[in-house]
Design a protein around this ligand. Sequence first.
Ligand SMILES: O=C(O)C(=O)C[C@H](O)[C@H](O)COP(=O)(O)O
Length: 213
Amino acid sequence: MQGDPGSQMLETLLTGAPVIPVLVVDDVAKARPLAEALVAGGLPVLEVTLRTPAALDAMAAMADVPGAVVGAGTLLGPDDVAAARNAGAQFGVSPGATPRLIQAAQEQGLPLLPGIATPSEAMTLREQGHRVLKFFPAAAAGGVDMLKSLSGPLPDLRFCPTGGIGHDTARDYLCLPNVLCVGGSWLAPRDRVAAGDWDGIRTLAEEAARLPH
Ligand SMILES: O=C(O)C(=O)C[C@H](O)[C@H](O)COP(=O)(O)O
């Protein structure tokens, strides 16, 4: 086994709230009030996807919000790891895992939640010391049944399923012993963010924060 890839830190982080909002931020001016609404609603751990030109600045703005723990999502390679670190990300999330990405995160000291969708991918990361993994795309790759099946041969792994999960299905995942939390974009619908509906987003967060955990 190689050095600690941040699994302990990630496990602590991901047990802090049942849901991690997955955020696609188009307008940096919206970043701070969006983070404030989510944190006020009880969801302090936030994932900002590196899918928009505003993402890095948005992350930096959110990192200033008291109580917020901000990570970078959609990390695809070493450059993304460096950009996320420079923007103040406290952790990284990737849809899958490549050797170059894993190495960069280790070298740069960024705790990484790498994505898997098969037993072999989970075993490969387990060999490298990872114990906490993202399961993506959760609904399309077998959902709750897949996670139940993985718990038999791989009982020491913990997951954050993401992809195709909404408020109604989150509960089924969160009841599984090998699930720490779920990720999802339903907390910050683009139209509500664009409209600045922060009360509505805080209400969505409050509902999610009450899910079993
Ligand atoms: O960008 C990443 O890092 C990803 O791996 C994908 C996201 O986690 C999902 O796109 C969120 O899924 P939805 O909740 O179905 O919108």
